[in-house]
Design a protein around this ligand. Structure first.
Ligand code: AMP
Ligand code: ZN
Length: 115
């Protein structure tokens, strides 16, 4: 996807602060962190949103989540964290390339959703 900002990050055309990379997945810090630990895990392959994933993506989705604990510990969130996948208009997704936010730190986060 030529104009997708996260595809550009995956191709190395836009710089990012990488924390993890393999053939399939990239992990990098959010440019506008919402907590002391805030990074993203995403497939390098363009999938617009979780709503566009298919059963063919099940392995990759599992690997994204399975990586989160180790990387969160490495990044300074040893006692848990929150994963968020904003999806589509209702989920207020801004960047239309599937990604998992991993958010944490050493203190508990706020409520999941403001009332
Ligand atoms: P979402 O609303 O789930 O689509 O979140 C998009 C996230 O991408 C936001 O938290 C942004 O701060 C983050 N973001 C946007 N551009 C970049 C970038 N170039 N590098 C890292 N994070 C980015
Ligand atoms: Zn993309």
């Amino acid at each position: 996807m030529d104009n997708c900002i996260f595809c550009k990050i995956a191709r190395g055309e836009i710089p990012s602060k990488k924390i993890y990379e393999d053939e399939e997945i990239l992990g990098f810090h959010d440019i506008n962190p919402q907590a002391p630990v805030h990074f993203m895990l995403m497939p390098k392959k363009h999938i617009a949103s979780l709503a566009d994933a298919t059963m063919e993506d099940a392995g990759m989705l599992g690997r994204l989540l399975a990586l989160s604990g180790r990387l969160a510990r490495e990044q300074g969130s040893p006692d848990g964290y929150r994963t968020i996948i904003n999806t589509g208009r209702i989920g207020r997704q801004d960047v239309m390339h599937l990604h998992v936010h991993v958010i944490g730190g050493s203190e508990p986060l706020g409520r999941m959703l403001p009332k």
